[in-house]
Design a protein around this ligand. Structure first.
Ligand code: HSE
Length: 397
C-alpha cells in the first residue's frame, strides 16, 4: 500500500521516520509493506532520502489511484480542510494530527469518509502520542463517560512546573521555555488555553457523539498566574495546573479550560514538565488515567502511524464513528460546584461574613489574605465575592 504525507514539518518527518525505522514490524502487522510514495511540501529537500518523493500540488496525490492512505500534518484549518476533503472524495483514507482541523471540521470529514467508504482518523490530535481517542471510542464504548479532565498542553504544564519548582514569574519561565524550544515563538495558543480548548472540544464531541463547538467552552489561560499565586498554592499543599475538563450533567456536559489548584491526592497532581495526562471516569470502569508524551515528533508520529495501520487493516471498510454535525448545547458552567481559592484585600471578618467557613492563608502579601472557600456553585461564588475586594480567583479541584 502507498502512503502520502502532506506537510513535512516536525510531525510529518516523524511519520516518515517511524514508517522507515519500523518498516518490517509494521509490514508484519498490516500483512503487506507500506511505501511512502509522496511528500507534499513547498520545500525541495535536496540530498535527503525523500527528495524524489516531493510534490507541490495536492492534486498529484488525489489523482493517483495507487495512493491508499494520506497523512495530514500541515496544521491549521485551511488549506488542510480542502486537501483532506479532496483525498476522502477520491477514496483515500486520511489520518491527521491537526486538532484545529478536527475540532472545526471533524463531523463533516467523518461523514465525507463514510460517504466514500474510507476512514478519517485523528488519534494524534489530542494528547500527541498518548492513546486516548481509540480507548474512549472503542475500549470504553460500553460506559457512560462521566468525566474527562486532562493536562493536554505540554507547553503550559512545563511553565507551571518550572514556576512551582523555581518560584519564578511567568514571563521569566516563558522566555526560558522558548530558549529551550519547549514553547513557540508565538505562544498565544498554548498559554491562553486555545490549544487545550480545541482538544477538550474534540473529546467532548466524541463522548456526546455530536458537534461541540470549541467556542462554547469557557477558556482561561495561565498568563495571569504569578509567582505569588504559586506561593499561596504551595502553602496550601497544592499545585496549579492548566486543566481541560468536561463533566456529564443531565444529558449534556459542562466543559471548561482554566488553571486549577490540585491537591496531592488528585491523579493529575504528579503530572509535571511537558508530559500530558488525561483522567477519564466511566460509569462502569471507574477511574482510568492515560499518561505520556503529548507532543514531539516521534511520539505524535507514533499515534499517526497507529492510525495508518488501523486504516490499512480496514482498507475496504468504513469503521463507524458517531460524531453528528448537530451542535450539542453544553450546560451553563455557573451551576457547577467547586471550591474557590481567592486572594482579597478584604479583612478576614469581611470574608467570614459572606463565605463563613474557609481555609485562610495570611502573611504572604502585605494587605491581603488568601482563602479557600467551601464547595458552592460558581453562581453562588460570584454573588458572594461581589461584596469583597478580590485580587484573584483560581478554581480548586
Ligand atoms: N503546543 C502543543 C503543546 C503541542 O504544547 O502541548 C501539541 O498539541
Amino acid at each position: 500500500m502507498n502512503v502520502a504525507i502532506m506537510g513535512f514539518g516536525t510531525i510529518g518527518s516523524g511519520v516518515y521516520k517511524v514508517l522507515t525505522t519500523n518498516e518490517d514490524v509494521i509490514a508484519k502487522r498490516v500483512g503487506e509493506k507500506l511505501e511512502v510514495k509522496y511528500v507534499l511540501d513547498r520545500r525541495e529537500f535536496p540530498g535527503e532520502p525523500w527528495e524524489k518523493l516531493v510534490v507541490n500540488d495536492y492534486n498529484t496525490i488525489a489523482n493517483d489511484p495507487d495512493v491508499d492512505i494520506v497523512v495530514e500534518t500541515m496544521g491549521g484549518v485551511e488549506p488542510a480542510y480542502t486537501f483532506v476533503k479532496a483525498m476522502l472524495e477520491h477514496g483515500k483514507h486520511v489520518t491527521t494530527s491537526n486538532k484545529a482541523l478536527v475540532a472545526d471540521k471533524g463531523a463533516d470529514l467523518i461523514k465525507t469518509a463514510r460517504d466514500n467508504n474510507v476512514n478519517f482518523l485523528f488519534e494524534a490530535s489530542v494528547g500527541g502520542g498518548i492513546p486516548i481517542i481509540r480507548p474512549i471510542l472503542e475500549c470504553m464504548t460500553g460506559d457512560v463517560i462521566e468525566e474527562i479532565s486532562g493536562i493536554v498542553n505540554g507547553t503550559t504544564n512545563y511553565i507551571m512546573t518550572k514556576m512551582t519548582e523555581d518560584g519564578s514569574d511567568f514571563d521569566v519561565v516563558l522566555k526560558e521555555a522558548q530558549d529551550l524550544g519547549f514553547a513557540e515563538k508565538d505562544p498565544t495558543a498554548d498559554i491562553e488555553g486555545h490549544d487545550a480548548q480545541r482538544k477538550i472540544a474534540i473529546l467532548t464531541s466524541l463522548v456526546c457523539c455530536q458537534q461541540v463547538e470549541y467556542t462554547d467552552i469557557p477558556t482561561e489561560g495561565i498568563s495571569h498566574i504569578t509567582a505569588t499565586d504559586i506561593k499561596y498554592s504551595s502553602i496550601l499543599g497544592r499545585k496549579i495546573k492548566l486543566l481541560a475538563t468536561s463533566t456529564a450533567t443531565g444529558d449534556t456536559y459542562v466543559a471548561r479550560v482554566a488553571p486549577y489548584l490540585l491537591p496531592p491526592e488528585h491523579p493529575l497532581y504528579s503530572v509535571d514538565d511537558v508530559f500530558n495526562a488525561i483522567f477519564v471516569r466511566g460509569n462502569m470502569l471507574g477511574d482510568a488515567m492515560f499518561y505520556g508524551s503529548g507532543a514531539g515528533s516521534l511520539p505524535t508520529a507514533s499515534a499517526v502511524v497507529g492510525d495508518i495501520v488501523e486504516m490499512a487493516k480496514h482498507k475496504d471498510m468504513n469503521i463507524h464513528l458517531e460524531w453528528r454535525p448537530e451542535k450539542k448545547v453544553l450546560a451553563d458552567p455557573s451551576v457547577i460546584e467547586s471550591r474557590f481559592f481567592v486572594r482579597t484585600k478584604s479583612s478576614r471578618d469581611e470574608v467570614k461574613s459572606v463565605f463563613r467557613d474557609a481555609e485562610f492563608v495570611e502573611g504572604v502579601v502585605d494587605g491581603e489574605i488568601g482563602f479557600v472557600s467551601n464547595v458552592m456553585t460558581e453562581a453562588d461564588y460570584e454573588a458572594k465575592a461581589a461584596s469583597l475586594d478580590v485580587v484573584k480567583m483560581i478554581r480548586v479541584k
